[in-house]
Design a protein around this ligand. Structure first.
Ligand code: GAL
Length: 394
């Protein structure tokens, strides 16, 4: 009897469990486009619809960029029942979601655990379940949840619990868990993306609050200095990533115009080696052929999206040079040979050191050329601020 009962309760539990798990929502790093880096607080419904159109016409969707995410500043006011309405720039969120879905894309939005978002719009504090339910009704597939005014709640917790050094961290984790639980309770698979700038090591508690990705740093901008400061600071985080849980060094700036082609190749190479979410942030109506060749390079995307789901890490660093590797499926390894100096440099990798004692086949991702079989040490001549990105196989 006991055995029957426990089998029955197991069956009930299994039936009650949501039909999706964390790793099923994001088995590989999420890819898409986000409005912030280009449109910032000026974004409108029309901008997002035309971005969705261009995700299709430029080939971005077919290259794997699926999410179309509206960032901050879509919100209007709450009514007497606490229902949050979008502002006049977003007349019909359900209609917008339907439009995005009709293009074979997914719909993302943005909120904050605080009372206000970073742009000063309505946050979700005290309305988590209500907002999550509304997102599900609108067909939302992705929520970016940005700390913003919740800094005040952290300070308040510290002031109220002077003997507890973890009070600010704990109140923040609880706030993120509240929304994670609310999203799960909707029954709709909604990817949960934490944005709190890496404060208190979210890679350690992100999965526990139901998140599939979490920002590891403060904001990126469209400069080489900021981009490499973020990208190369990710060393040591690889062990926290895997299917359904990704470190997020922030969105891509490729195509926004302030870096050189070699610098944007460095940006893309570093992000794919990091198994980072790839959220383009450019004006899709002004994509040049070079932007397209960087964002839609098939081999670079395949490194990011490799089914093994391993984040890469640093192998070697000197003053100007950085060598990073990422394990790939079928015994292959991606290698990034980075030159951070102001002049051309030779950058080398010892193939034996990365597991190929008897030589290996090399494929150059940016020139799209097979370099043939090599043994011992491979050296690339890399332009200033540039990279050689290789796929190495037996
Ligand atoms: C920042 C966030 C940015 C963007 C912005 C919107 O905190 O890191 O990615 O979302 O807020 O106000």
């Amino acid at each position: 009897m006991m055995r029957h009962l426990s089998a029955l309760s197991c069956a009930i539990l299994l039936a009650a469990a949501p039909a999706f798990g964390q790793s099923q929502i994001a088995p590989t790093p999420p890819m898409g486009w986000n409005s912030w880096n280009h449109f910032a607080e000026h974004v409108t419904d029309a901008d997002v619809r035309s971005a969705a159109d261009m995700m299709v016409s430029t080939g971005m969707r077919d290259a794997g960029y699926i999410y179309v995410n509206v960032d901050d500043t879509w919100q209007g006011k709450r009514d007497a029942q606490g229902v949050l309405h979008p502002n006049e720039r977003f007349p019909d969120m359900k209609g917008l979601g339907d439009y995005i879905h009709s293009k074979g894309l997914k719909f993302g939005i943005y909120s904050s655990p605080g009372a206000k978002t970073c742009g000063g719009y309505e946050g979700s504090l005290g309305h988590e379940a209500q907002d999550a339910k509304m997102y599900a009704e609108w067909g939302v597939d992705f929520l970016k949840y940005d700390l913003c005014s919740f800094w005040d709640n952290r300070h308040q917790a510290t002031a109220e619990h002077t003997n507890d050094p973890n009070a600010a961290r704990d109140v923040m984790i609880a706030a993120y868990k509240k929304m994670g639980d609310a999203l799960k309770a909707t029954g709709r698979p909604i990817l949960y993306s934490l944005c709190q700038y890496g404060v208190d090591q979210p890679w350690k508690w992100g999965p526990g609050v139901g998140a599939q990705m979490w920002r590891t740093t403060d904001d990126i901008d469209d400069t080489y200095g900021r981009m490499i400061a973020i990208g190369f600071s990710q060393a040591g985080l690889s062990k926290y990533a895997g299917p359904g849980r990704w470190n997020d060094p922030d969105m891509l700036e490729v195509g926004n115009g302030k870096m050189t082609t070699d610098e944007y190749k460095t940006h893309m190479s570093l992000w794919v080696i990091l198994a980072a979410p790839l959220l383009a942030g450019n004006d899709l109506s002004k994509m040049t052929d070079i932007d397209k060749s960087i964002l839609m390079n098939k081999d670079a995307i395949a490194i990011d999206q490799d089914p093994l789901g391993k984040q890469g890490d640093r192998l070697y660093q000197s003053a100007d040079l950085d060598v990073w590797t990422k394990p790939l499926s079928n015994g292959r390894v991606a290698v990034g040979l980075f030159n951070r100096s102001w002049g051309e440099r030779d950058v080398s990798v010892d193939l034996a050191e990365i597991g190929y004692n008897n030589g290996a086949n090399l494929h150059d991702v940016w020139s799209q050329k097979d370099l043939g079989r090599r043994s011992d040490v491979f050296t690339a001549t890399v332009p200033r601020h540039g990279v050689a990105l290789l796929i190495v196989s037996k």
